[in-house]
Design a protein around this ligand. Structure first.
Ligand code: KIV
Ligand code: NA
Length: 261
């Protein structure tokens, strides 16, 4: 998998199946079950470390998990999250830290934020580092947003999200995660840009879907959000659950209306 192929999938209307992944064993399993993109998410602060937010995750932890995922895969596209505080200060700071994730085996880095991150996104892309944006519910801003809640519900914030997505695309971003948005808004955003959108709690009309691995396997100890489906239900193995997820994304049966806002 590579960025050109991902863009081709989106243009052809084939949905992109993404899962988070933090280690070599699951990386290898997900890859052979047909997952297109593995996201080494800073959600590992919650699902692996047991914290109530992603804010305490460090760059060296992201490097460690990126290395593990890269070691377990041959062809999957690996996107690694830039953790809180590792990119917001300046484009130079972001380049220094993104370089460490790329050296560890990432093919693309992901950072949260819209128009405010445009200069940084352009700086990284012009220097050869593919960037994935992340809009809507941006978990690193949970204390600013007042909790894990649906974003873009009023006209002004919806309009802002559309222009944020366009600004990220213009800056050279290769993909954008849309988290917890009304399905209709995610659809509008997806049709107003040319790069793939990957939804989580953002309806079925994104170019692809992502879930946290532990959520979709039903093994996360915390409360599971409305947009999660437990793919272990009815499956006889983890391999089968992941393959069922890939199929459900590809044939657009996941997410259903009950998983959307
Ligand atoms: O950290 C993460 O797992 C993510 C996804 C939920 C998009 O950013
Ligand atoms: Na994340």
């Amino acid at each position: 998998m590579n960025l050109v192929k991902l863009q081709q999938l989106a243009q052809d209307g084939e949905k992109i199946a993404v899962l988070t992944c933090y280690d070599a064993s699951f990386a290898s399993l997900c890859e052979s079950a047909g997952v297109d993109v593995l996201l080494v998410g800073d959600s590992l602060g919650m699902v692996l470390q047991g914290n109530s937010s992603t804010l305490s995750v460090t760059l060296s932890q992201m490097v460690y998990h990126t290395r593990a995922v890269a070691a377990g895969t041959k062809k999957a596209y690996i996107v690694s999250d830039m953790p809180f505080g590792s990119y917001q200060q300046s484009p130079e700071q972001a380049l220094r830290n993104a370089s460490r994730l790329m050296a560890a085996g990432a093919h693309m880095v992901k950072l949260e934020g819209g128009t405010v991150m445009v200069e940084t996104v352009r700086f990284l892309v012009e220097r050869g580092i593919p960037v994935c944006g992340h809009l809507g519910l941006t978990p690193q801003s949970v204390h600013q947003l007042g909790g894990y809640r649906v974003q873009g519900k009023d006209d002004a914030s919806a309009q802002q999200l559309v222009s944020d997505a366009q600004a990220l695309e213009n800056a050279g971003a290769g993909m954008i995660v849309l988290e917890m948005l009304p399905a209709s808004l995610a659809k509008t955003i997806t049709s107003s840009i040319h790069i793939p959108t990957i939804g989580i709690g953002a309806g079925v009309d994104c170019s692809g879907q992502v879930l946290v691995l532990q959520d979709m396997l039903g093994i996360y100890h915390g409360k599971s959000p409305r947009f999660v489906r437990n793919f272990m239900q009815g499956a006889t193995s983890i391999q089968e659950a992941v393959a069922t997820y890939v199929l459900a994304v590809k044939d657009k049966t996941f997410p259903a209306a009950k998983h959307s806002f």
